[in-house]
Each structure stands twice: as C-alpha cells, then as structure tokens.
Design a binder for this molecule. Structure first.
Ligand code: NPW
Ligand code: ADP
Ligand code: K
Length: 569
C-alpha cells in the first residue's frame, strides 16, 4: 500500500539523506529539476521534440531552486526561457542560490510582477516553482497575479498551441498537509485587497469558485503528500506524477522517530499490482469475506441490520443487500413490527425479524452467531435509536469475539445533543461512518470550518475523533479518511484516475455501511476493523467505477460480483 507524507516527514527524509552524506541538497535539487523536465516530456511528447517557449516562475525557497534547474535544462535543449523570481536573489537559501547563479550565467532573472510576467507571447509551458512543501501562509498577491498574467498571454504569430502548466511539487498555494489552497483575496474573488482567504476543499467544489492557481501536471518527489489527496474536484494538482529522486533508502521508520506520534504515516488505500497476480493473497484478498472450501454459511458470519418504521426501510434494505453481496453468510433485517409487511414484500435471501425496542435487541443479540450489527440508515433520530445503539454496543462482550457494530446516519445524529453519551457506549470494534454533516454534530470542534481556522487537516481531525470515540471513524467524501485509536490513518481518494462522481447519489452511504458490516461479520476478521474498513471504501468506489454513469445506490451491491471477478477471485 502506498504511503503519503506530510511536509515535515518529507523534510525529515531529505535531512536523513543529506546527513548520511549519500546525497547533498544540491544533488537532490538537480534530480528534482531533471525529474520535472522528464515528466513533462512523458506527459506531452510533442514538447520533447524541437524548441519551445517556457516561462518559469521561481519562489524564494528551494522550490524556486528546482525552477532554476528546470530553466537551465530547458535552455540547454534550445528552448527560449523567461524566468521571473519572487524576492531577492541574495536571500535565497544556499542550494537555490547556487542554482540561481548557474542559471544567471545563461539567461536573465527578472523580478516577479504581474505587469512584466504578462508581457510577451504565450509560452508552451508555464513552470510553477513558486512554493512547495515550505508554504507557511497565504501566498502573495503578486504571485497569483503573475501566474494569471502568464496564462492570459496571447498567442504569438500563428501559434495556437495551449500553455500547459506544470507545478513543481505542488501547485503554489496548496497546503501540502491539509489540501487547502492558501491564497490572498483578490478583487475578483472577494474581500478587500490584501485580505487573505483560504479556498477550502468544500468551497472548491463550487464551480463558482475558480482556482486562481492550478496545474495540468504536478510532479512531486519521492512520495505524494497528504495535500495532493485531500479535497474535492477540481483538484489544483491536475494530474499527479511521483518522481524518484533517490531517497528510498532514507525513508525508514527511525527517520521519523523524532516526530510526534500523530505523525504516523498515512496510508493511501489502493491496489499495487506487481508481478503475477495471486488474487487470494494480494490486497484486498486476505481481508475479504470469501467462502472457503467446505465451509458453511455461518463461517462467513451473520450480519444484523436494523430498519426504521413503515416507509423508511429502503436505506436499511440497501445496507443489508450490500452486507450479503460483500460476503456475509447470512443477513437479517430487524424492523418494528408495523414495518414487517413492507419489508417482507421486498426481501428474499435476506431474513426478516420483528424488533420492538432496545430491550428486544439486547435479547436478540444473545444469539452469539450474530457477528455484526449495522444501524442508523433510516432508523429515525431520537431516544429510541440512541437506546438501540447502547444495546448494540453493550452486547459486544458477550459474543465469542467482540461483535462489530457499524453506526451510520441516524445512529450518529441521535447523539447530537450529547456526543459523550455515544462515546461512552463505543468499543474498539465499533465503526462510525459520518459524512461531514454528521461528523460536525458529534465533533463540532473538529468539523470542517473549525479545523480550517486552525490549519488542521481532515486526517488530523479524523484521528482526533477516533481517539475521542475510542473506535474507528470513516469520514466520507471524495477524499474519505479512515482513522483508528492509536493513530492509524488512511485516505481513500476517489480522485484523479479513481474519480467516482456517480457516488454522490442517495443511499450510497447506506450501502457503504452495509459493506463494512458484511466484511466485519466474518469470524476471521481482524480484531481491528481498520483494514476491513479500508477494503470496504475501496470496493465501494470500485463498484461505482465499474458500473459507471447512471449509477444508483441499488447498483452498487449488484456490481460487487463483477468487481470480485475482476480481482481474479
Ligand atoms: N524535501 C526534499 O527532499 C526536496 C525538496 N526540494 C524542493 O524544495 C521545496 C521545499 O523548499 P523550502 O522548504 O525552501 O520551501 P518552499 O516551498 O520553496 O517555500 C518556502 C519559502 O517561501 C517562504 N514562504 C513560505 N510561505 C510564504 C508565503 N506565503 N509568502 C511568501 N513567502 C513564503 C519561506 O520563507 P519564510 O518567510 O516562511 O521564512 C521560504 O523562503 C520542495 O517543495 C521541493 O520543490 C527539492 O529541491 C529536492 C528535494
Ligand atoms: N463526488 C464524489 N466522489 C466520490 N465519492 C463520493 C462523492 N460524493 C459522495 N461520495 C461518497 O458517497 C457516499 C455518500 O454517503 P452519504 O453522504 O452518507 O449519502 P446517503 O446518506 O445518501 O447514503 C459516501 O461514501 C461518499 O464518500
Ligand atoms: K510549486
């Protein structure tokens, strides 16, 4: 599984390599610049042939240093290169200063200002080397203005080719830890000139909020950073390429030993395919709930899904169908007696039982074979649901292994007035699956606006929530974050080549809750739900991508068999 790094972790790896004497900062910078040029030619082969025009925007740190390397390497190939520097060359850090001097022997270094950057014919390539992992605050207005001015240049002569934008490490303004764009408020966007605004991922969802800085291609070094995967489309990074600059030997657990525990690495959920496929053994094979030869249905577990009153059972039926399709050997829907006729008419392979109240649930859960419970979808908000949650969680210790409990939707919202009461019920085999709204009801101090104000990322917020709740938390979105007590954290990004916008459809979340319950129902499931929750998030998006446009929630469980076949199972 791939890993994502924070800016501080990346710096620690770089420092370890330099301290070892195996690489100098200058060598790394040269490799970084060369990697960007190579990636540009791979992405746009037409630029690899002939001579073209580039504008390189360099910032005051080492990201700017990479820009000088790129300018030099393009000029050596006969390109016509214009370079603009933000700030004073004498204040550049030593490696960047050295690269500045090498470039200065080949071409001019001009001061960065929108007026000068806007003059001239449209280049074939704009290199954004203004800010990378060292960004610490909203970028200067002049930087945004200059970037825009270059993009708005008119084509010279008969040229009609577009201006492609490559970002070095990150599009400037992107906070590599949180995924937010730290930009000044420009007259076009809002506020008084000089005010700052952070264009947060949620705000970026709106097509009305243009991205003043974005790239067609971003080339990052060694490993992607969290910020590349946190956010909503349109992603400012465009397409993401990761370049090897020879740091792998220095990326060891002890390199990060000096970092705070919260700096534990973040996993990027996804498949890495190499060599001949061994479907049963490769991820996600061992984490699935698949039938073994000669095993009966109980060996795959029995999931119980609680449903709401008459006319409100659809969400639970979706969850139940997903639990069954994902692998639970048996699934039972339990609903209020008055909703039994409705559910009976809609369920076949899924069993049905009446359930009057929390007391009846506690009694039902004395059946130790019920290995997972899913509740919340369509259940209704209020004290009755809160009591069901308490009964579901309290029953866990009596089962042979702690019973998995998946809490979604109304099971979460029922505790909006007293989240601590919920946390008191939870145990380590519980999973909470809130969307941002539900998350805000339980963890107001960690909700999107609060964490943005503090500069805290969705990963940090989800980690803090998991620690407080004492169980695994999956915080939904195109950038789904999963965190567990102890600091384990993962991002499942339905972004870039895994985009699945069709998942934004009613009931998709109910299906996800059911998938998690169906995987955790397996008596072979690990004690920690975390790895199974990762798999559920992946299967959910994989099913959406396999089905494609036109998807509705009902299609997700029905597409799972195809996903499993494609996995080679
Ligand atoms: N790590 C590695 O292994 C490798 C890293 N490499 C490259 O180095 C990059 C990181 O370099 P970096 O640390 O110098 O930071 P960078 O992004 O250039 O910006 C920091 C500079 O900007 C300033 N500054 C910050 N915010 C500001 C603002 N809003 N407005 C104005 N100024 C602001 C800040 O100064 P401050 O005022 O905060 O002291 C500082 O001067 C990385 O992204 C990659 O491209 C590769 O060469 C090789 C391998
Ligand atoms: N644009 C998107 N790209 C990828 N996944 C998305 C997108 N929009 C929503 N999702 C996913 O769809 C699901 C929606 O869940 P939720 O908000 O609970 O909806 P519902 O309550 O209707 O089931 C979540 O898993 C979320 O991550
Ligand atoms: K950059």
């Amino acid at each position: 599984m791939a890993e994502l790094l924070t800016s501080a972790q990346m710096r620690a790896v770089e420092q370890a390599a330099i301290a070892s004497g195996s690489s100098s900062g200058l060598t790394l910078m040269e490799r970084a610049g060369r990697a960007v040029v190579d990636a540009v030619f791979t992405e746009w082969p037409d630029l690899a042939e002939g001579r073209h025009r580039a504008v390189v925007l360099c910032g005051p740190g080492n990201n700017g240093g990479d820009g000088f390397v790129i300018a030099r390497r393009l000029a050596v190939r006969g390109w016509q290169v214009e370079l603009f520097l933000l700030g004073d060359p004498d204040k550049l850090p030593p490696d960047a200063r050295r690269m500045h001097d090498l470039w200065a022997a080949m071409g001019p270094v001009r001061g960065l200002a929108p007026e000068s950057a806007g003059a001239g014919a449209r280049p074939d390539l704009l290199v954004d080397a203004l800010f990378g992992t060292g960004l610490s605050r909203p970028i200067p207005e002049a930087a945004v203005g200059a970037f825009r001015a270059v993009r708005e240049r008119k084509a010279g002569g008969l040229r009609t080719s577009p201006c492609r934008v490559v970002a070095v490490d990150s599009p400037s303004g992107l906070d590599c830890d949180s995924g937010e764009m730290l930009l000044p408020a420009l007259p076009q966007t809002a506020g008084r000139a000089g005010d700052v605004q952070s264009v947060a991922p949620a705000a970026r969802m709106s097509p009305d909020v243009p991205l003043p800085i974005s790239a067609d291609l971003t080339v990052t070094f060694h490993k992607p950073k969290l910020g590349h995967y946190l956010g909503h489309p349109p992603m400012p990074s465009g397409k993401l390429a990761v370049a090897d600059i020879g740091l792998a030997d220095w990326d060891r657990p002890e390199t990060l030993a000096s970092q705070p525990p919260s700096a534990e690495r973040v996993r990027l959920v996804g498949r890495i395919q190499h060599g001949a496929p061994m479907p049963g053994r490769m991820w996600p094979g061992p984490l699935l709930n698949v039938p073994g030869p000669g095993l009966h249905k109980y060996a795959r577990g029995h999931a119980l899904v609680l449903a709401g009153g008459p006319g409100r059972g659809g969400a639970a039926r979706l969850a139940a169908r997903a639990a069954l399709r994902v692998g639970a050997g048996l699934v039972t829907v339990a609903c209020p007696p008055e909703a039994q006729a409705e559910n009976a008419a809609r369920l076949d392979a899924i069993m049905l039982r009446p359930l009057a109240d929390a007391e009846a649930l506690a009694e039902m859960l004395t059946d130790r074979r019920l290995s997972a419970v899913c509740l919340g979808p369509g259940l209704g908000v209020g004290a009755a649901t809160a009591a069901l949650v308490a009964a579901a969680c309290a029953s866990a210790p009596r089962a042979p292994a702690p019973r998995a409990v998946v809490l979604d939707a109304d099971a979460l919202t029922s505790f909006a007035d007293d989240p601590d009461a919920l946390f008191a019920d939870l145990h380590a085999r519980c999973v909470l699956t809130p969307h941002e709204g539900e998350f805000a009801r339980l963890f107001p101090d960690l909700a999107a606006p609060a964490r943005r104000a503090r500069g805290q990322s969705k990963v940090e917020a989800c980690r803090a929530a998991a620690a407080r709740a004492g169980c695994t938390v999956l915080l939904k979105g195109p950038d789904t974050v999963i965190a567990s007590p102890g600091g384990a954290a993962s991002i499942h990004a339905a972004l870039y080549d895994r985009a699945a916008p069709w998942l934004g459809t009613a009931g998709a979340g109910d299906v996800l809750a059911g998938m998690i319950a169906g995987l955790l129902a397996s008596p072979q499931a690990f004690a920690s739900p975390h790895p199974h929750v990762e798999v559920a998030a992946w299967l959910h998006v994989e099913a959406a991508r396999t089905f494609g446009p036109g998807l509705i929630a009902e299609d997700l469980p029905e597409t799972l068999p195809r996903v499993f076949r494609d996995l080679g199972l």
